[in-house]
Design a protein around this ligand. Sequence first.
Ligand code: ARG
Length: 571
Amino acid sequence: MLLEQAAALLQPHVPLEKEALLRRLETPPEPRLGDVAFPCFVLAKQLRRPPAAIAAELADAVAAAHGVRAVAAGGYVNLFFDPAAWLGRIVDAALEPGFGSSDEGRGRHVVIDMSSPNIAKPLGVGHLRSTMIGNALANLYRETGHAVTTVNHLGDWGTQFGKLIVAYRRWGGKSALEADPIGESLQLYVRFHEEAAEHPTLEDEAREAFLRLEQGDEETTALWRFFVQASMNEFERVYARLGVRFDEVLGESFYNDKLAPVLDRLRAQGLLEESDGALVVRLDEEGLPPCLILKKDGATIYPVRDLATAIYRKHVMKADRLLYVVGAEQQLHFKQVFGVLGKMGEPWTGDCEHVPFGLMTVEGKKMSTRRGKVVFLDEVLDEAVRRAREIIAAKSPDLPNADEVAEDVGIGAVVFGDLKNRRQLSVDFKLEEVVSFDGETGPYVQYTHARIASLLRKGGFEPQNGQDGVSAAPLAADEGVDMADAAWVCAKRLTQWSAAVSEVVRDNEPSAVARFLLELARDFNRFYHDGKVIQPDDAAGTQARLRLSAAVGHLLGRGLKLLGIAAPERM
Ligand code: ARG
């Protein structure tokens, strides 16, 4: 709002289109420097004058023409807006249900590949980050008017299922597998490899079993389906805890009948080349190593499935953008897949984007749903919840649904601890830090949100009461300027919400919203501590302050939910 206003004031005086001007505007690092800054450096070349001279003249012109405070500082023009005129308007806008949501993505369909763990293997930390980052992106793309389809691209196919089938038939049991699908599968693999070292014919048996599976043999397929379902049940439990759902679960096996057409095309286009008995597509011009398509034994591999998958998402699902939220270690794989698609003459490879992320560790250890040299995900979540429960017991001993809230806070702490960092960074988090109610944490944002909810209950706040000009009442009443300053800082922060949302979508970077929430919470707490929100002898001021609080609380709750984090009303 303020940026738009600043652009409107400046535009008549500078040789820039309004849009271009708007993009250049900045928020000064410190509130006392001004509310909006325009850097004049861009004009220096065009006008052949030093930026400082341009700034001085522009500041005078704007002040004279519009009666606003405009101050030149170095090469910047800093504009100051009148809080009395703007605060109420900003708060009113922020209380509108659709505040900051846009329809910039209208008519665009984004397909997001996320989570995508492998059946019969542990859910690793990469899958977890993929799940949380993908979920936040899906929510924020929807918030900006995109149509979104989230897809869990399960790794549910491959020769390893031949081994699993053989091992299960020999040494496995239904109840053991159902009780602990992934642990039992891992044990069966281990046993298979041990025994196969002594009886190499087991390997032939496994190949045969996989062949029967590929040919659609009923009994083998039933067994495979049972493995998939058993693992899926375990994954579902984790997803439920994290509050994540998928629009589609289309595993690699879904593309079984879609691979031959891809291979035929590659062959017909003369793209396949032999290399050591295998077939590859060369990607020399792209500066990439060749992409392996068909192995010596004729088995298709991972990249082919991704070729078929991308073609399906584009042509059948009608995706306008294809995002792959997958760890940075698969960077080369996706470059190769997109490169081959380009060679196949698919003109939309620019719509495909690998959204990589770094490694996350907990207290220096990798995390997984299964114990190895790793931390067990459930244990991390349980431990976070236990710590949250302790803090709640100390802070709010009378909270009625404390266990439920502790679950929300503990899990929110882990998710926020992940999302607040730029995704490409590798992060190690310490539970004590992420669960703390102070500092840059999820619980801090949740706590601020709950504090506002309680403030509004205490003040008997009704949003409609603010109409008819009450919202423009002076915020600080007789509290002196500090509280009014803090209120203005809060209100200005509110106006930056839509920029944070746009940044997430522009850079596929959920941390922009997480950071915004931390800043908004911090600004609010300063306002809250600087004075009394509720003052019985100042009804109009109280109402205005509650209204600002409501706008902040509303946005904190909404932002948390967009990140996939619960926002309890009481903590
Ligand atoms: N299942 C793969 C893994 O665990 C991730 C799949 C990512 N998605 C894709 N379309 N390749 O490494």
